[in-house]
Design a protein around this ligand. Structure first.
Ligand SMILES: [Zn+2]
Length: 493
């Protein structure tokens, strides 16, 4: 006889998507036990669901502030909330400003301009002043920019720093011009404002336009601009779910970002990581854990790791020290994949992380070598995704990825197949990043890698260096942060 789902729920049996799940066991989680429950079909169904979140919404994406992103946040939250006996779940609200529209005329002529995220809406009308040297140092700016619109090239530091300098000198508007070809659609200041008065209306223009105005000014010409921007204040959310079971003072923290860029649905970047984590969160409920497991889905990664940064800033030192290891997962199913491990020991790229990061890399290498029996490579531990703010805070970190816009080498072709001389993901940050963009064979290997590491550290931290806040802090002060000078970090700002 078929028992109704409502009846089952009433007697404490968990119900997921209308299906009653057996009462869950108390067996301590194992890598193999958890890995076996991660199935490609469940991943694939959720990839199509995330794609629908985008395509059923007016913007056809899952960028912060959009209906598609809110649907993603709601779905993840509601899914983990179906296990109220297993997880404590909360959403951390983060207010921010997103660009809506921009208009620019220069010397009376219309110029193409994009709204820049995090900058406020408003109007500015006045003479344009070109800022030399990229505007990353206060000394680049004249002492008095009152009533002026600063013209600054993108690059070397985050644009938020440039705009904050210009604002502090009295500028009433800023034009950021690109340092590569193309417009600045979806660009943001990449730095959470420190106060409401940190920024002024800012527009993004092309490199050709910006360089043209700069050279006109250099030759003594007059450049006067009228910039009008509109922005929308939104609240977006990080999602945090932590097991009620396990040692709450020694936490394995696994994470990925829930948002996409404006260009498309973002199913590899980073539906794939979000979904992997969600599926593992669901299946973990079949087991008990010794160490608490914390899952996080960060918001606003694409605007400059803002959600993760906001979260780390909200933690006091005691809370930071509870996180024994942060593992981050961004792009798990690139069509022309390589199995990449963050180079936490600095053996390939010289950038190391806080004590424990090397051990995390070794654990993933063990999984690829001995369990999945596949090849793997290393990528620079450059803080280019949400683990960056954790490195800054001296927290050990690690992770794996399948590759973004980088080009697959001949050597990697021999290791992984696919196509040499072609990006790992040709649809990276494009509208083609759909459920059809994914390599499902790669994804299941990666999702089970996450399951392996989650289960391993949920059982024990014995493979990590002992918890010692002084050593961790010393390491982070002395050794880290060089990553901010690395070429890959600089290419993303
Ligand atoms: Zn990403």
């Amino acid at each position: 006889m078929k028992v109704s789902v409502a009846t089952l729920a009433a007697v404490g049996v968990t119900v997921v998507n209308g299906v009653a799940i057996e009462p869950r066991g108390n067996k301590l989680v194992t890598s193999e036990g958890l890995r076996k429950l991660i199935k490609v079909k469940a991943l694939e169904e959720k990839a199509h669901l995330f794609e629908r979140f985008a395509y059923d919404s007016p913007d056809k994406n899952r960028v912060i502030g959009s209906e598609g992103h809110q649907a993603t946040i709601d779905y993840i939250t509601n899914t983990v909330k179906k296990f109220p006996k297993y997880y404590d779940v909360y959403q951390q609200p983060m207010p921010l400003s997103v660009g809506v529209s921009a208009n620019l005329t220069v010397n009376g002529e219309d110029v193409a301009v994009d709204a820049v995220g995090l900058a406020p809406g408003g109007s500015a009308s006045g003479p344009v002043v070109a800022i030399p040297n990229l505007g990353c140092e206060e000394a680049d700016f004249p002492d008095d920019l009152s009533g002026s619109i600063a013209l600054i090239a993108r690059g070397t530091c985050v644009s938020g720093e440039k705009v904050a300098f210009a604002t502090s000198k009295g500028a009433i508007g800023v034009l950021i011009y690109n340092n590569v070809e193309g417009d600045l659609l979806g660009y943001s200041l990449q730095r959470y404002p420190e106060s409401d008065s940190d920024y002024v209306p800012t527009g993004g223009i092309t490199q050709a336009a910006g360089e043209g105005f700069a050279s006109l000014l250099a030759s003594g010409g007059n450049v006067t601009a009228q910039l009008t921007t509109t922005a929308k204040d939104i609240t977006t959310y990080n999602i945090i779910a932590q097991t009620k079971g396990g040692d709450q003072d020694n936490v394995i923290h696994v994470s990925g970002h829930s948002d996409s860029v404006a260009q498309g649905p973002g199913i590899n970047d980073n539906g794939s990581g979000s979904i992997s984590l969600l599926e593992i969160a669901i299946q973990l409920t079949h087991f008990s854990v010794k160490n608490a497991v914390r899952f996080s889905w960060w918001t606003a990664e694409e605007e400059g790791l803002l959600g993760a940064e906001y979260y780390v800033k909200s933690l006091n030192q005691t809370e930071k020290e509870k996180i024994r290891l942060l593992l981050d997962f961004d792009m798990m199913a690139s069509p022309n994949y390589a199995f990449q491990i963050y180079d936490g020991d600095g053996s390939a790229f010289n950038l190391t992380g806080p004590a424990g990061s090397a051990e995390a890399e070794a654990e993933f290498a063990y999984y690829f070598d001995s369990i999945a029996k596949v090849n793997h490579t290393e990528i620079e531990f450059d803080g280019r995704s949400d683990y960056g703010p954790f490195l800054d805070a001296g927290i050990a970190a690690g992770g794996i990825a399948c590759g973004a816009e980088g080009i697959k080498t001949q050597e990697e072709f021999e290791m992984f197949g696919g196509a040499a001389g072609v990006p790992y993901d040709v649809n990276y940050h494009e509208d083609g990043d759909t459920a059809n963009n994914l390599n499902y064979d790669a994804w299941i290997v990666m999702a089970r890698a996450i399951a392996h590491s989650t289960a391993t550290y949920a059982r024990s931290f014995d493979s990590l260096p002992p918890k010692n806040s002084t050593a961790i802090k010393a390491r982070s002060d002395a050794k880290m942060f060089e990553y901010k000078k690395s070429a890959r970090y600089l290419s993303m700002i």
